[in-house]
Write a protein that binds this ligand. Structure first.
Ligand code: URA
Ligand code: URA
Length: 350
């Protein structure tokens, strides 16, 4: 069993038994990878019979599912990427993807893969739930950490009007009247959030931009349209998730929100999350990730693993606006959203 081909075969077979038919590292499906290994051997062992996928994991699209990649091509990213030769040491070399370029993350951070169940393997930092040394960092108040899980019956980390808000509409009324920072004075509309108020999957972005300010809806501009497609690619129709931002009023000229603005607005987000009670939170972009996790770690370090926000699993990925600018972030984003999807599937089965 010391032959690496045997090890790889065993690994792939385990993955398949867990219900995963997609080999995410290179977009190759498990059967194709096994066939390749078998061909590489002088006396190929018979491949085990394919197992049927069942249950919620059926909802995940197959590898290379065209939707989102096509969307990115449509956004002008495909042709550029198509000419990108894969780097010689990229695991994806076997099947160069015509749309996705070789990922720009170091191979070492891609080598491990979470099992299909989404349960992080012990000792795998990349997919570990926040390690003890990470656990306190990133949470608004260490004293609240123990036992507080957002959305638990009756629990709130807040006081006053916001704590008393028992529906999103209550929060919306408070946001509309809020003068805790200056942003309310320049807003056109409040952008509280939209989607299913009982969603298991919540997306948190940064702040409304121009289109959002004009429409009163989060993520409706160019990056919002890409977000909708990314969600569709993991079989989450936009209406089935809940989408909101850290900041509820547009910062003039889309400047970064100030720490005071974040502090003033954060209770609304926390109460929203308490009311929606998601099973997984996807933080898109540096700002949402660093704000929710109270860290200055770069997004490249935060993505690719599972954090906790008041007990709720939180996955970080690139902002769709960043993705439109930098096609090499497409692949890691795809990995991240599939990780979030697996956490959702696992939580839904539990
Ligand atoms: N970017 C965000 O972070 N949020 C929006 O609602 C729109 C763009
Ligand atoms: N920079 C950002 O602001 N967001 C990203 O997602 C990536 C880089």
């Amino acid at each position: 069993m010391s032959d690496p081909r045997d090890l790889l075969r065993r690994y792939l077979e385990q993955r398949r038994e867990l219900g995963e038919t997609e080999f995410r590292l290179d977009g190759l499906d498990v059967d194709a990878a096994l066939a390749m290994i078998a061909n590489a051997k002088a006396a190929p062992a018979p491949a085990p019979p394919p197992l049927r996928r069942s249950g919620a994991s059926d909802a995940a699209p197959p590898a290379g599912s065209g939707d989102w990649r096509a969307a990115l091509s449509g956004a002008g990213l495909g042709p550029k990427a198509a000419g990108t030769p894969p780097s010689p040491d990229a695991p994806g070399d076997a099947v160069p993807d015509p749309v996705l370029p070789a990922p720009d993350v170091p191979p070492s951070s891609r080598a491990a893969d979470p099992p299909a169940s989404g349960v992080p393997p012990a000792g795998d930092r990349r997919f570990a739930f926040a390690a003890p040394e990470d656990a306190g960092r990133g949470l608004p108040d260490d004293g609240l950490l123990d036992g507080l899980v957002v959305g638990q019956a009756g629990g709130t980390a807040l006081q006053g009007d916001v704590a008393a808000a028992n529906a999103i509409e209550d929060i919306a009324r408070l946001v509309a009247a809020c003068a805790a920072c200056g942003l309310g004075a320049t807003k056109q509309r409040d952008v509280v959030g939209e989607g299913d108020p009982n969603a298991d999957f919540v997306v948190v972005g940064e702040a409304p931009g121009e289109q959002e300010d004009l429409s009163g809806r989060p993520f409706v501009g160019a990056s919002g349209q890409l977000l909708t497609k990314i969600l569709a690619a993991i079989n989450l129709p936009r209406e089935q998730v809940y989408i909101c931002n850290v900041i509820k009023h547009r910062p003039p000229g889309n400047r970064n929100p100030t720490p005071a603005e974040v502090a003033a607005c954060s209770p609304f987000l926390l109460r929203q999350l308490e009311l929606v009670k998601p099973k997984v939170i996807l933080a898109v972009g540096t700002f949402a990730a660093q704000t929710l996790l109270r860290t200055k770690e770069p997004i490249g370090k935060l993505r690719g693993r599972v954090h906790r926000y008041f007990g709720v699993p939180l996955v970080v990925t690139y902002h769709p606006a960043a993705l439109l600018r930098n096609p090499s972030w497409k692949r890691p984003t795809w990995d991240d959203v599939q990780l979030a999807r697996r956490i959702l599937d696992r939580a839904s089965r539990a």
